[in-house]
Design a protein. Sequence first.
Length: 323
Amino acid sequence: MAVQTIGSIRKIRWLVVLLAIMVSLAGCGDAKETSTNEEKNKQENSDTRKVNDAFGEVEVPVKPKRVAGIYLEDYMLALGVEPIVQWYHPSWGKQDYLGLTDVPLFDITGSLEAMIENNPDLIILNGGMDDSYQLYSKIAPTYRLPDEVIGNAEETLKTVADLLGIPEKATSVLEDYKQKITDTKEKLEEAIGRQTVAVVRLDVGDKPELRLFGLNNAYTGSIYRDLGLEPFPWVKNIEAHDVISQEKIPELTADHIIIFPSDGTWDSKSNEKAVALLDDPLWKNIPAVKNGHVYQLERSHWQSGAITANTMKMDDLLKFLVK
């Protein structure tokens, strides 16, 4: 009986030792796996790849973490990525519609110190900043969008998503965006058919004037191209935008007119002189004004051709044109 008891005790001891060894080995395996994952993440964050921008080959991070997308913040937000700074111009303000209240302003006309202080690991530039390209490149890897991409919201989104290392995200965003276009186009066609539409900007400042946006305007061309709205005939002969002279105002017979100030808001004290133009009898007697078909809208998303801005334009059109 005693022999059996001793044998049982020994067997239990071996089982305990074996279990301890197994737990130890499992712990080593977990530690090894954790270490491997950490090393993999570290490597992903430090890895680079070569891509071609408007000026040639650029080496960029595979998984950038701190990105400045100058005048491309709309696309970054649509992809779920917050930029480290936001575009700002002293004369034109910032892109208010994005609501980036906690993101520091970056004055594109000022010193690059503000960019250096925010420590980007990737800078993405739209057009119009080529003179500073080399300076930005000294701060961090800098990618300037190719000319053929600029002005095309969908291609820009794909390019930005690829640079951010999340190309798959662009696919899902574009699916929703294209469905929104299809739905909006159908509702607008049913609501106003071939009634003509014009987009007018009220240029504020020392010499206020009205400016008609053209068929291929980078900001508003999508309402004709994608949504199928019928442009007022003058629009077809303008590429970007053109001033409407005072004597031509009575001939502005578009059925619907979308209008917004070039800067500030409709209530801005500095815009009072410009807004007074709309009290001129010449303006008040055009058909759209008489019929209540002039829509005073917020400027910042109507002065952008990006994904979020275009979506907001569609919401405006549905609100004012579809009863």
